[in-house]
Design a protein around this ligand. Sequence first.
Ligand SMILES: [Fe+2]
Length: 150
Amino acid sequence: MSESFTKDLEVGFEKVDVEHRALMRQVAAAVEAIGSGDREAVHAAVVKLGDYLVWHFSSEERVMEETLYPERARHKAAHDLFMQDFLQVSEAEKAGEDLAVLAESIGQRIPEWIKFHIQVNDAPLGRYLAARDRKPEAARPSGKDKPYPS
Ligand SMILES: [Fe+2]
């Protein structure tokens, strides 16, 4: 399944990997809702996925700021661009978009983008964070962030 989280998607930094697994679970839940044909369940799953995306991207962006990750501006720009696309999908869903079209967007295009982003943007970030953790003098993320509210 295109929305499953496979080992090659691990970036080697636990917090980020945990969030990516949760993100792919949200995508899978939305795909399942679309498959059920229940419009209310689809709406609820898309809203939940959007909330999780916003939370996860700000979580990564906070860590990048706190650790002065050199590629943070480019990485955040990739998040912003993706969210524009996601918002269009979300608006279309609210407007009653055909389920077959949503299945393509949420079941194919979005997981493909997430995987591409993980490999191109998040993997280097994971290596950077893991390398910093091995240096005692490095600036640490504050750890002030809370777990995602369930
Ligand atoms: Fe990212």
